[in-house]
Each structure stands twice: as C-alpha cells, then as structure tokens.
Design a protein around this ligand. Structure first.
Ligand code: ZN
Ligand code: ZN
Length: 452
C-alpha cells in the first residue's frame, strides 16, 4: 500500500545525512533566523521553509478522493483507489430488479452493481456544449435540461472519462521504467479569477498523467489561505542564449523572501472554495504522483526549474532516491537548443547544467560527469496541454466542482483525441491504437467501463 509522507519539515539537501529524516535532533524546529519560519538543519546549514503538515494532509486526502477514488468499476471494498490498490477479478452475478448487471468480487464475495449510464443522449449534449465552449448558462438553456440535471450529467461525464483514463493508466504500473515531467501553470479565468495547477506528463509520449490545482473545500486559518498581490513566478526572458535564460531565472529566485516563496499575483476567489498557496500544491501533487511510481522498476522525474518544486519532488521520492531507484532533474524546455552546456556550473547553488535539442537539464540527485543521453522527448508536452486548456475552457466558470469535472474531461480529450504531429499521446504511450473523435471516445469509454 502506498504511503504518503506525513512530515515535510526535514532537511532537503540530498547530500546531507538528514535528507528526508523526520524529527532529527540536529534540527531547530520553526527557526526564525532568516526572517521566515524554517526547519534549520545544523548538519548542512540549510533552512527549508516550515510546512503546515496538517494542511497538506487534509488537502491531499481531498485530492486523493477526487483523483483516484471516484471508481464506478470493480469492488470498492477491496480496491477503493485506482492505481494504488489492484482491482480483484469479479464474476457476473445476476441482475437488479431494474435489469442492471450485478457482479460478485472473487476476493471478498461482495456483490456490487455495475454502473448504468442511462440517457447517453443527455451526456452527449453536455459533451457537445463543452466542445463548443458555450457559457454554462447558455448551454443549460439550449440543452433543455434543468440546471440541476445539467450538472448531474456533467459530473457523470467526468466520471466516465476519468474512470476510462485510470483503467488504461493501470497498464503503466508494471513498467520497468517510467519518466515523468512536471511543471506548474497559472490558468487564468475571467474577472481576474484563476488557479495555479501542477501538471505531470509521461516523457516519451507527452501523455498527461495528473493535474492538481490549488482550490479546496477546506477552510484554514487566514494566513494559510492565498491572498497575494505580488507575482514571483520565474519567467523566461526572451533570448536565444540558453545560459542567459537560466541565469535570469536564478536572479528572479534570489529576489524572493525565501526560495520557495512561489506566488502568482492577485487572484479573485472562486465561489464556495478556498485557494491555498502554490508551494503546498507542489507537496500534494508530488505525493499523489507516487500512485504512478510505487510499483515501477526505476523512474526519473524532470521538474520545472523552480525551487518549490525541487523540495516537493524530493520529498515524494527520497526513499527511492536513497536506494538509487529514482533520480530528479531540473528541466528547462528550450526549443532549438544544442549541446552548448556540457556540465557548466550556473547560479547561486553552482548547479551543473547540460543541454540538448529539447532543453537544459540539471541533475539534482545524481552526480553526472559526462554529457548524459536524456530520454525526455516531449519537452513541450505541458505547454501544449496548457495551451489546449486555455483555448478550450470557457473562462466564466466559477465553481470548483465544475472546474474539477471539466479538467478531467479535457485531460481525456487531449490524451486520446488530440494528435500532435500526427499521433495522440495515448497512442504514443501504447494505451490506444487510434485517434478518437470526442463522441467516439465517449462511446468507447462508456463501453469499456460498463464491461469491466
Ligand atoms: Zn541537512
Ligand atoms: Zn472485494
């Protein structure tokens, strides 16, 4: 069973004896030496910012339920989560009085009913309204459905697509090797609303595996709720010189109060939910990503050149890093790059950088002496998905539930229906053998989950 990290207040220096060690006697907890709350490690002198473990735990549980527990297939008693626990076999076990197929779990004998998505016509109407990017109010009016029913079918549609995606993704768990690439983005909505989200893609195909945003139904003390005006997102300067771009990013980092102070400007709240800080989203997102890496042989994780993501990615992999099962790298996509950086030391930490045709790489956890051959082929996967979301989403949405639903629907449509240079990400990853039109994907998904 997958274990999530409970205590994030520890040393994040890979070479330090305290790396990933919880409650070491050589820590000064909640130190204020540098003007912000930190966990001071007396062994290496680092001061990683203090993390509210309880907040991370609560939002992590909320996102875990949303991302992996919304199962409408298989025995939920034996396997409540996709990817994390194996779904046991089950056999047919008669029908309900309404004529819906029942099944019996071969492991625990629990009898359950397969989903029956009646009214696929209404589901398709909702799908069409999303594809035509209609205002929700107009979509409801034109669909002939009541508002309550429209949202009911939107929720069902998201369940169908997310279950279909997750069933397919379970095939990735037994791989010898998995490479992942993660970056964060600000998704802007109308009326100055917006959300910060982290995305992870598989590196050879660009298939989007996971997305986590900063909205939550939980309420926390005011200091933990996002209200900021400033923006400290590191942006790439316009330059053809990769080294110059990297140095400018380090400079932007040095202007922060502390290195993990990632804030994304003034955002107006979205109704009936709260926004948390991007750094907490990073800790949550990378813990959830363990669902994909728990059983694979070895894995590499290429993360955006961002200090916040570095700490959070290390905290999700420190056990595997110590046993040399995993490595973490900074990656900066740079189209048209070459091999000019060949172990060059750059920035405040003297990080060692390499470059090739897709961008620049910096090993965070391993010591590379010569120019490595990286397998990351789709360096622009997350930017492509972000652009796709940005142009597909109706910007007037103002509900966390709707945002959750449409993000999962668009993730499936992007992976299975949107060819990039002739092939979809799902085809490249071996999870699909054709490019689907959205309605065909809906039919296929419905057929697959009702047959499981
Ligand atoms: Zn240390
Ligand atoms: Zn069972």
């Amino acid at each position: 069973m997958l274990r999530f990290t409970k205590d994030f207040n520890c040393c994040k220096t890979v070479s330090c004896k305290n790396f990933g060690v919880s409650g070491s006697e050589s820590y000064i907890q909640k130190s204020e030496r540098l003007g912000y709350l930190s966990t001071e490690c007396k062994l290496c002198g680092s001061n990683p910012p203090w993390i509210n473990n309880e907040l991370v735990k609560q939002v992590l549980e909320e996102k875990l339920e949303k991302q992996f527990a919304q199962k409408v297939v298989g025995c939920k008693k034996c396997s409540p989560y996709f990817l994390i626990t194996n779904t046991p076999k089950s056999k047919r076990h008669g029908f309900t009085s309404a004529g819906t197929q029942r099944k019996k779990c071969c492991q625990c004998d629990t009898v359950f009913t397969l989903p029956d998505f009646k009214n696929s016509a209404a589901l398709k109407v909702v799908l069409d309204s999303l594809l035509s990017k209609k205002e929700i109010k107009t979509a409801i009016k034109e669909s002939g459905l009541s508002a309550r029913l429209y949202y009911f079918y939107l929720n069902k549609l998201a369940l169908i697509f997310s279950n279909f995606s997750r069933i397919n993704e379970e095939k990735l768990l037994t791989r010898e090797y998995l490479g992942m690439h993660s970056e964060g983005r600000l998704l802007e909505l109308s009326h100055q609303r917006g959300l910060y989200a982290l995305f992870s893609a598989e590196i050879d195909s660009g298939y989007i595996l996971l997305q986590t945003h900063n909205l939550t139904k939980h309420l926390f003390a005011d200091e933990f709720i996002y209200h900021e005006k400033e923006n400290t997102l590191a942006a790439n300067i316009k330059s053809y010189d990769l080294e110059e771009v990297l140095l400018a990013r380090y400079q932007q980092n040095l202007k922060r109060n502390h290195f993990e102070q990632l804030i994304v400007g003034d955002l107006k709240p979205i109704v009936k939910c709260n926004a948390i800080y991007p750094d907490k989203v990073a800790y949550i997102h990378f813990q959830l990503l363990k669902a994909f890496t728990g059983k694979v042989g070895t894995y590499d994780h290429f993360i955006e050149h961002e200090s916040t993501l570095r700490s959070a990615a290390l905290m999700s992999s420190y056990v595997s890093i110590k046993s040399t099962r995993a490595n973490v790298y900074f990656f900066l996509p740079f189209i048209g790059g070459d091999e000019s950086l060949d172990g060059k030391r750059l920035g405040w930490w003297n990080d060692i950088w390499f470059s090739n045709r897709v961008g620049a790489f910096c090993p965070i956890t391993c010591k590379l002496k010569s120019h490595p051959t990286f397998t990351l082929n789709k360096g622009d996967a997350i930017e492509n998905f972000y652009q796709y979301l940005d142009k597909s989403i109706n910007k007037n949405i103002n509900s966390m539930q709707v945002i959750d639903n449409i993000l999962e629907i668009y993730r499936a449509l992007y992976n299975y229906c949107t060819p990039i240079k002739g092939q979809t990400a799902a085809c490249l990853l071996g999870l699909s053998d054709r490019t689907y039109q959205p309605e065909q994907l809906f039919d296929k998904a419905l057929q697959q989950i009702t047959a499981e």
